[in-house]
Design a protein around this ligand. Structure first.
Ligand SMILES: *[C@@H]1O[C@H](CO)[C@@H](O)[C@H](O)[C@H]1NC(C)=O
Ligand SMILES: *[C@@H]1O[C@H](CO)[C@@H](O)[C@H](O)[C@H]1NC(C)=O
Length: 160
């Protein structure tokens, strides 16, 4: 470490240690209250790809897609009974962690999906797997996320 970087380091340390953090805006206030609130635009379900792109992606503006999840059949279909009643081959394995508390050295299991559904309520095990292929048919993705060609076209048109 050169003398210069050492000096910068101590300068930085001094700055942090000497600053009275209780005087900072938002101190002891609810998380997020240190910044001004902004209105977030709401859409029923999904906006069209063009609107989504021009309104939200390009200007990096957040939005709420109200009721969007309910459009997927999964919203009503996915119950344990439904999962257990599916005719799927035995070799449909999912990755399962054995402890809910984060621990990178915990043992993991490859488990048959339906066996997992049978035991997850009674154990500490939980699934850390993408949605298995046989369940994807139950999900409707918003068009802006599933039309990469269109998104790319809009991006090229708007950025160039
Ligand atoms: C993480 O899991 C390993 C293997 O089960 C265990 O030996 C270790 O004690 C755990 N660590 C913590 C912090 O719980
Ligand atoms: C697990 O618990 C939920 C909530 O209590 C219940 O609806 C579900 O039927 C249980 N599943 C199994 C397989 O016992």
């Amino acid at each position: 470490m050169t003398l210069f970087t050492l000096l910068i380091f101590f300068e930085f340390l001094e700055l942090i240690l000497c600053r009275d953090l209780t005087l900072e805006y938002g101190h002891m206030k609810p998380f997020g209250s240190g910044r001004p609130n902004i209105e977030v635009e709401e859409f029923q379900n999904f906006p069209s790809p063009k609107i989504f792109f021009e309104n939200n992606v390009l200007p990096m503006k957040p939005l709420i897609m109200k009721g969007a999840a309910k459009m997927s059949p999964a919203y009503d279909l996915w119950t344990d009974d439904y999962f257990l009643g599916l005719a799927i081959p035995d070799d449909n394995m999912v990755l399962v962690e054995t402890k809910k508390k984060e621990n990178r050295s915990q043992p993991t299991l490859d488990m048959n999906f339906q066996n997992f559904v049978k035991i997850y309520n009674k154990t500490d095990q939980y699934m850390v797997n993408p949605v298995p292929d046989f369940l994807r048919k139950d999900i409707i993705f918003p068009c802006p996320l599933q039309c990469p060609a269109l998104t790319e076209k809009l991006l090229v048109e708007n950025v160039s």
